[in-house]
Design a protein around this ligand. Structure first.
Ligand code: PLP
Length: 461
């Protein structure tokens, strides 16, 4: 499979380059040159295990020998604590797709356990080393650290804003003592961390000298790995219920998770609706209802992993919306970068008319949904999942509604306590963190300080 850039000014790349570079040289995002059709495989796929399905599906997009790919998938899935990897359960009027059985109890493990192993495989083949730099406000950093820890050929440097990530999330990162993991607490905000990251990655000479790379949500391998659970759960629920189609409700921040659902539908999984659910940070909901993509203020909510204004994967969807017209896409993205706002010209489908519907659930509704599910179904939703469920319930039709559960509730004990009035959310992994030794360095919110810190610790050929 060849990969092309949304902005149309970079030469095509193979799978391995697409994964290792993360983005197009023209600043665009990489997409497969065509989307494989799998309608005639669905009957066979319905009976496959998660590992078999994942290997079959991902082989359509990669040039990795199938035995190698299967091993990478098998090893990634073995880190999940449920034999089904991503089990799906009937709860009340909806189905809950549990994506939180990985090492850090969040859905990002599905992609990052695979990505860490994929990097290791590709680096070995290419005879290269990689030093990953990342900035996190919580979930991503910890899932990335757990995907990369102990793997030869790579190191990872993760910045978090000192004292501004939850105590649990901080311990999930800093208790990892592997020698290839470096936690950096930056004396500043998450925005400072992101600015520093941009400075480091945006310096081609420094980047090349230190073999720097990224693991952010625009990496194509993450989108690819996430497609699997749409097929896995959709096919299982259709088989169990006899339904001919399903819908999915997806709590959304960077548009990564739901983009995988969009691909699953384009490949031929019978999907009626993709319900895009946001919290108070509703730029994507506004776009899907009005066709106007315009920046607002980021507000802090109960679902912090969705507190995002600019959705980094949105450009991929926009590319298909403008019918692959890279020139038009460049002018829209350019307008957005200059003015913080852009409008899809008339005649370009979706908003309103396509597979997506959207909605936003605010603080009160999120808390009420958690409480109601606990009382009526004895099932505890994490606040991100609750946003998806609340919006998903508005769109329940004849077909089953599968709600993606993106984190284990024990990761967000304060929201749970507020919703149900008790300390119900526990998980042995998180409870066990409190006594563990930790390692973390503290640096000022200064790009030069971080630059020197990283340079002194990178592994170079
Ligand atoms: C990252 C994250 C999301 C949002 O996923 P996107 O791919 O950014 O849309 C939702 N819930 C949880 C728990 C997350 O960690």
């Amino acid at each position: 499979m060849d990969y092309i850039s949304t902005r149309g000014l970079s030469p095509g790349a193979g799978f391995s380059d697409a994964v290792m570079t993360g983005m197009g040289q023209d600043g665009g995002l990489l997409l497969p040159a065509s989307i494989p059709e799998v309608g005639d495989r669905l009957n066979a796929w319905q009976n496959l295990s998660y590992v078999d399905l994942a290997s079959d599906l991902m082989s359509l997009y990669t040039d990795i020998p199938s035995a190698d790919l299967r091993r990478l998938v098998d090893e990634s899935c073995a880190t999940f604590r449920d034999p089904e990897v991503t089990p799906v359960k009937r709860v009340g009027d909806v189905w809950i797709l549990e994506l939180f059985h990985g090492p850090t109890l969040a859905f990002k493990d599905v992609a990052l356990q695979f990505l860490g192993r994929l990097f290791e495989h590709l680096l070995k083949e290419r005879g290269e080393l990689l030093n990953i730099v990342a900035a996190t406000s919580g979930d991503t950093g910890s899932a990335a650290i757990h995907g990369v820890r102990g793997r030869p050929g790579m190191r990872i440097f993760v910045m978090h804003p000192q004292g501004r990530v939850s105590a649990l999330q901080e311990r999930q990162m800093t208790s990892v003592l592997d020698s290839n993991v470096f936690n950096v607490a930056v004396r500043g905000t998450f925005d400072d961390c992101q600015r520093i990251l941009k400075t480091l990655l945006g310096d081609p000479a420094y980047r090349k000298q230190h073999s720097l790379g990224a693991v952010n949500s625009i990496n194509w391998a993450r989108v690819l790995a996430q497609m699997v659970y749409y097929f896995y759960s959709g096919l299982r629920v259709m088989k169990q219920t006899g339904a001919k189609t399903v819908s999915f409700a997806v709590p959304t921040g960077n548009f990564g998770d739901i983009l995988s659902g969009y691909f699953a539908a384009r490949m031929g999984l019978p999907v009626s609706r993709l319900v895009l659910a946001t919290n108070e940070n509703d730029i994507l909901d506004r776009f899907l209802t009005t066709g106007i993509y315009s920046l607002g203020q980021v507000s802090a909510t109960l679902s912090p992993s969705m507190d995002i204004q600019v959705a980094s994967n949105f450009e991929r969807y926009l590319y298909y919306l403008v019918r692959r017209d890279s020139g038009l896409l460049r002018s829209l993205m350019d307008a957005f970068e200059r003015r913080g706002s852009m409008e899809l010209p008339g005649g370009y489908g979706e908003p309103g008319g396509g597979i997506f519907v959207s909605g936003s659930a605010r603080r009160d509704e999120t808390l009420r949904t958690i409480k109601r599910f606990m009382e009526q179904h004895d099932y505890l939703l994490d606040p991100h999942t609750a946003v998806g469920v609340a919006v998903g319930e508005r769109h329940v039709g004849a077909e089953p509604m599968i709600c993606l559960a993106t984190a284990h509730p024990a990761k967000f004990p304060d929201a749970i306590r507020e919703a149900v009035g008790r300390d119900l959310a526990h998980h042995p992994i998180l409870d066990g963190l409190s006594g563990l030794p930790t390692r973390c360095d503290t640096l000022p919110a200064d790009a030069n300080a971080v630059r020197e810190y990283v340079a002194a610790r990178t592994e170079c050929p």
